[in-house]
Design a protein around this ligand. Structure first.
Ligand SMILES: [Zn+2]
Length: 250
């Protein structure tokens, strides 16, 4: 499980552009299927150096490596139904940040989420589901009743809010993650996935991730990178209910 030595991670903005471009290939049906051959397996036998943490819902339609056209060793993936935070989740994300200096942590929700729907139904009916499913639902309810939601909110509005709140809570609850975010080395982003189109929509980011349109992620070291103000990282809340909720054009 050790980190591969001699490698450097991309900046959060470059890592986001790599993920965004992978998702665009997936949406357009032109995936590269990178890093899935015997050579890559051999490279990784001595360690790993993933450039993204993806913490997503366990829904079978939300296969992270497919959605972002990733391969072996690219993503450290943690999943629970409704992307519900618990101690093991936070420990797993902290481990990736500490061991691999992973520059981007993505919280991944999706439309028509069954876990968020169950939380909404529990509020409406007053009845909680049985067993440990109740634990999941209890942790989603604060997002479902959020004052940020519009009146008569759709379940997908609740998923967007839950994804944003989860991204914020990860940073608030873990000092390892919040220190990494404040240093500017790590961004936490919230992404809403559209099951039908395959599009990944940015709904939250802990910092500005914009890069020049012509920035080539294949050769980041030859190009100038935006300077991050490490003392005052910009917390970006994208508008959630507008026509174009993503300022990054996804
Ligand atoms: Zn789900």
């Amino acid at each position: 499980m050790g980190a591969l030595s001699g490698l450097t991670q991309p900046t959060p903005a470059v890592a986001w552009k790599m993920l965004k471009e992978g998702n665009e290939r997936f949406v357009d049906g032109r995936r590269d299927h990178p890093n899935q051959d015997a050579e890559r397996r051999s490279q990784l036998s001595g360690g790993q150096f993933p450039y993204t943490v993806i913490f997503g819902c366990g829904d079978s339609r939300l296969a992270a490596e497919h959605i972002f056209d990733l391969g072996l060793g690219d993503a450290f993936v943690v999943r629970t139904a409704g992307q519900v935070i618990e101690n093991g989740v936070l420990g797993s994300i902290e481990y990736a940040v500490e061991a691999f200096e992973t520059p981007i942590i993505m919280v991944l929700g999706h439309d028509s989420c069954g876990a968020v729907t169950a939380a909404r139904d529990a509020i409406e009916s007053g009845e909680m589901p049985p067993g440990f499913i109740r634990n999941l639902v209890e942790r989603i309810i604060p997002s479902v009743i959020s004052p940020e939601l519009p009146p008569k909110a759709h379940v997908n509005d609740m998923v967007r809010e839950h994804t944003r709140q989860t991204a914020i809570r990860i940073t608030e609850q873990s000092s390892i993650i919040s220190d990494a975010v404040l240093s500017g080395k790590v961004a936490v982003v919230g992404v809403f996935y559209h099951l039908h189109s395959g599009k990944a929509e940015l709904v939250f980011s802990s910092q500005d991730l914009s890069l020049p349109d012509d920035f080539d992620v294949a050769n980041p070291s030859t190009q100038s990178l935006p300077i991050i103000d490490k003392k005052q990282p910009k917390i970006v809340f994208s508008p959630v209910w507008g026509e174009n909720p993503s300022p990054w054009g996804l």
